[in-house]
Write a protein that binds this ligand. Structure first.
Ligand code: AMP
Ligand code: ZN
Length: 142
């Protein structure tokens, strides 16, 4: 399994940097984000060092997301949030600051709980043709 000794999350997995561990198995590690956007904000990471979603193969992606339902359910049982946002930032512009793939599980308690996705209001200015062209462009690259 690939690791990067300079990567903070690889160091957390190795136990060289402390973390508030939530879950661990052979392939996946989950721990509390040190900067809790809301109570129970958890990061789920593959043990293999992959920089971001572009570098992630299907096996690692499957292993990672396979653990999300049970960790989310445990958060729900613990703190009874009204919902959970699951997100992953790829690239600095998108807010990625640690370059080891991670999923944020952010429990949601109310509209003012600290999580403020800016994309919730968006203009409705793409026509059906625009959408067809965009979808075509992406699908040709899969
Ligand atoms: P992102 O900005 O999407 O790359 O998310 C990286 C997250 O890692 C941030 O929310 C940080 O608060 C969190 N983080 C950075 N260092 C640590 C650490 N030592 N322990 C726990 N979380 C961390
Ligand atoms: Zn790493």
């Amino acid at each position: 399994m690939s690791t990067d000794k300079d990567c903070i999350f690889c160091q957390i997995i190795a136990g060289d940097i402390p973390s508030a561990k939530v879950y661990e198995d052979a392939d996946v590690y989950a721990f509390l984000d040190i900067s809790q956007v809301t109570k129970g904000h958890t990061l789920v990471i593959p043990k293999a060092h992959v920089k971001d979603i572009y570098q992630t193969n299907e096996e690692i992606a499957s292993q990672l997301f396979a653990r999300v339902p049970k960790i989310s359910t445990a958060i729900e049982k613990s703190f009874k949030p009204k919902g959970i946002n699951i997100l992953s930032n790829t690239g600095e512009l998108a807010g990625q600051s640690v370059f080891h793939l991670h999923l944020h599980l952010i429990p949601r308690y109310d509209q003012t709980d600290g999580f403020n996705p800016t994309w919730i209001t968006h203009p409705d200015d793409y026509s059906a043709n625009d959408l067809a062209e965009i979808a075509n462009s992406i699908s040709q690259n899969i």
